[in-house]
Write a protein that binds this ligand. Sequence first.
Ligand code: ATR
Length: 277
Amino acid sequence: MTLPTIHQYAVIGNPVEHSLSPFIHTAFGAQTKQPIEYIRLFSELGKFNETLETFIRSGALGANITVPFKMEAFQRCDHLSERARIAGAVNTLSFQQQNEQLFITGDNTDGIGLVRDIKDNQKQAISQKNILILGAGGAVRGVIFPLLACKPEQIVIANRTAEKAQQLASTFAAYGPITGCGFDQVPECAFDIVINGTSASLSGAIPEINPEIVQSAFCYDMAYAKEPTAFLQWATQANARVTVDGLGMLVEQAAEAFFIWEGVFPNTQSVIGELRD
Ligand code: ATR
C-alpha cells in the first residue's frame, strides 16, 4: 500500500476538546520528521461507527480512541493485539486497505504507558512489589494485564462497589496474583505502589480509604490536572513517599501509538517537559 504524503490521525471522543493528544503527536511528528497531521474528532454518542467510517474514507491511517468509545471501538476491530483482547478495550486503531478491503487493527497502549511512566520515568520497580489499585472501571481494566506482566508480588483492586473489584480480579486471575475488595476491606500490608484509577478525582472527591494505607507508598493518579489532583493532595497529607500524576502515562501511551503507526519511537521526556511547563 502506498502511503499518502500526509499521515492523518485523530483522537475520537466525547468530550474531546480538552485532549492534549494533538499537541503530543504533533510534537512527536516534528521531532521525528514524520509527516503527520493529528486532529480532535468529536463524535456524538451512538454515532461512533459513522464518525470512524467518515474519517477512514478521508484517507486517515489511524486514530486514538478516548472516553466513552473504547469498548465500541473494540467491537469494530477486525484484528486485535493480545493486550487489547485481554483488556476488552482499545485506544489505538490502525487502518489498512488490502485488496480493496478495509482492515481495522486495535491495540491498547494505556497499560504500557503507565508501566513505562512508573518504571522508566519515575524509576520505581514494579517487580515483586505490593500494588494497590483504587477503582474497577474501564481505566483500570486497561492497565491490569501489563502491570501483572511486570511480575508484582500481588495486585489488590479496591473499589467503592466491592463486587466490581472482585469480578475484575477474577477476570485477570489467570495472569498473576490479583484479588478484589471494597475500600473498607483493603488488607493490612505495606503497599509499595498505590494507583488511583477511579474517576473520583475529576469531581474533586477522594476514595474513602484509610490514610495509613498510602503512608510511605509511591502514589500515582492516572488522572492529571494543572494543580495536584484531590487524590495526590490527600496522599501528600497522608505522608505518601512520592506523588505523581498521569501526565507521563498520557505521553507514554501516545508514544507507543505513534510507534505502532509510524515505526519510530519518539523522545517522550522533552514532550513531558514541555507540557509541565
Ligand atoms: P473510567 O472509564 O474512568 O474508569 P468508569 O468505568 O465509569 O470510568 O469507572 C469509574 C470508577 O471510578 C469506578 O471504579 C467507580 O466506582 P464504582 O464502581 O463504585 O462506581 C469509581 N468512582 C467514581 N466516583 C467515585 C467516588 N466519588 N469515590 C470512589 N470511587 C469512585
